[in-house]
Design a protein around this ligand. Structure first.
Ligand SMILES: Cc1ncc(COP(=O)(O)O)c(C=O)c1O
Length: 465
């Protein structure tokens, strides 16, 4: 470091008398713009006021246009760079039939992680050979059904391997299987509880065990390195580790790997709590993720061309990055209050019961009319009589009025699957199709929906008053 720069970095800053600067709505001050108070009145050309009038509040609203657009863009980003790509919709991310079928119509297979999700995919008409069965818990019945229907079984651990082999032996058939791998990319916390570890040799041992079986045949490799992965280089490393393993396992066990499934995990344009830059600045584009993966696999499978072998099918199980920004939750202001510490609080008619992801995202909350007045730090609560029901712990907002409708976004991933029937009924979900027609794709819950699962023993029944 030269003398000039050293003195510049160590020089003391001049003392400035502290001042209080009032934040005024819509004005700049020395800290920048106070906050922008955009408002929206329409979703895909449909007036929000008409949605609330017809379906009530709260209500989830899905955009078919956005679902299809996202799918095409992600698919093309990979298919432009690699010749053999297949998407498999991650059911747990959002298994509303309308969402699944939109993706299935676009060409997606189903990726399921339980007997229930498997049944759901089959009930939507997806054939077994277009279902990937992942996850650490598959019952014997699930395995028998998957084998009979030609689904792709992804093995998580040795006990599952033995069970699949046993069922295959009993059915006197040879089953193609995929193993799930886990490893350290150096960029994300390894999800070592799922699958077989590469570094320790566990994965190669499992492959060897499969190679020695008369009833199993290793044809695929799978891994899912984590979720909301903001570092696209993690996928380069993942692809490299999987390809190295593929080439090694083919050599050592004589198997032929036909598919490499890189799981999901691409970040959506949501604001993860604790990440201070806005999603537009930190979330990689579909193209960046595609570039991170495809070049590596092309290079690692180049030799297959000389052998006239097809390159492995590249499978993507992307969830949140496809669906999150295709859905919003409309919720209304139920009350305003003042907390003892002076902060303003707003109670909405939807909380963490409907919006499970409020636990880890700072969702955007956009008014549906132009708000004016002094912007203040505000806490947004939901309607539950539970302290944990916080939709936003801190947001700068001008005053809102009772019945003001707020648009909470993006909410398409992990809410319509992880929402709770807790204290309140779960709200309806409506779907705006590409022509602007609206349908209810899940109606609001009723007391009958909930009590139909219950039974009351005879002696506990109360006499009619
Ligand atoms: C095996 C597997 N595939 C795909 C996904 C979808 O992940 P994401 O929504 O982060 O893309 C998950 C989610 O945890 C998963 O566990």
């Amino acid at each position: 470091m030269n003398e000039k720069t050293e003195s510049a970095t160590t020089a003391k800053k001049p003392w400035v008398k502290p001042t209080l600067t009032t934040h005024k709505s819509g004005f700049m001050n020395k800290f920048g713009n106070v906050s922008s108070h955009n408002h929206i009145e329409e979703l895909d050309g449909v007036a929000i006021s008409s949605l609330i009038k017809k379906y009530g509040s709260p209500v989830f609203v899905i955009s078919e246009k956005r679902l299809r657009h996202n799918y095409r863009r992600l698919h093309d980003a990979f298919a432009d760079r690699y010749p053999n790509v297949q998407m498999a919709w991650s059911y747990k991310t959002n298994y509303l039939g309308a969402v699944c079928n939109t993706f299935h119509q676009q060409g997606s297979w189903a990726e399921v992680v339980s007997g229930f999700e498997y049944e759901k995919a089959r009930s939507l008409g997806i054939p077994g050979h277009h279902i990937l069965f992942n996850g650490p818990h598959k019952t014997r019945v699930d395995i028998e059904r998957s084998i009979n229907e030609g689904a792709h079984l992804h093995i998580d651990h040795l006990d599952e391997l033995y069970l699949i082999e046993k069922v295959a032996r009993e059915n006197n058939c040879k089953v193609d299987v995929t193993i799930r791998l886990n490893f350290d990319t150096g960029f994300t916390e390894p999800w070592s509880r799922f699958g077989f570890n590469v570094e320790s040799g566990q994965a190669m041992d499992a492959a060897g065990r499969i190679a020695s079986s008369d009833y199993l045949c290793l044809t695929g490799l799978h891994s899912h390195i984590g979720t909301f992965v903001l570092e696209h280089r993690a996928y380069t490393k993942q692809a490299k580790i999987m390809c190295d393993f593929m080439n090694k396992v083919e050599k050592e066990t004589n198997c032929q790997i036909n598919s490499i499934d890189i799981g999901g995990g691409f970040a959506s344009k949501n604001a993860l709590q604790g990440i201070y830059l806005p999603p537009e600045q930190v979330v990689p584009s579909y193209e960046q993720y595609a570039e991170a993966v495809c070049d590596v696999i092309l290079e690692a499978t180049h030799h297959r061309q000389q052998q006239s072998r097809q390159r492995p099918l590249l499978i993507l199980e992307t969830g949140r990055a496809l669906v999150d920004d295709a859905e919003v939750l409309l919720a209304s202001v139920y009350a305003n209050k003042r907390l003892p510490d002076g902060r303003r609080a707003v109670i909405l008619d939807a909380g963490v019961n409907a919006l499970f992801t409020a636990f880890w995202y700072n969702h955007q909350i956009t008014p549906t009319r132009l708000l004016d007045g002094v912007v203040e730090e505000t806490v947004i609560y939901g309607p539950l009589c539970m302290n944990i029901d916080v939709v936003r712990a801190s947001i700068m907002l001008p005053p809102v009025e009772v019945d003001d409708v707020m648009v909470i976004s993006p909410v398409g991933a992990y809410n319509n699957t992880q929402w709770l029937q807790f204290i309140e009924y779960r709200p309806p979900v409506v779907y705006i199709d590409v022509d602007g027609n609206i349908s209810i794709v899940r109606r609001k819950e009723s007391l009958t929906d909930i009590t139909s699962l219950e039974d009351i023993p005879e002696h506990l029944k109360l006499d009619n008053p």
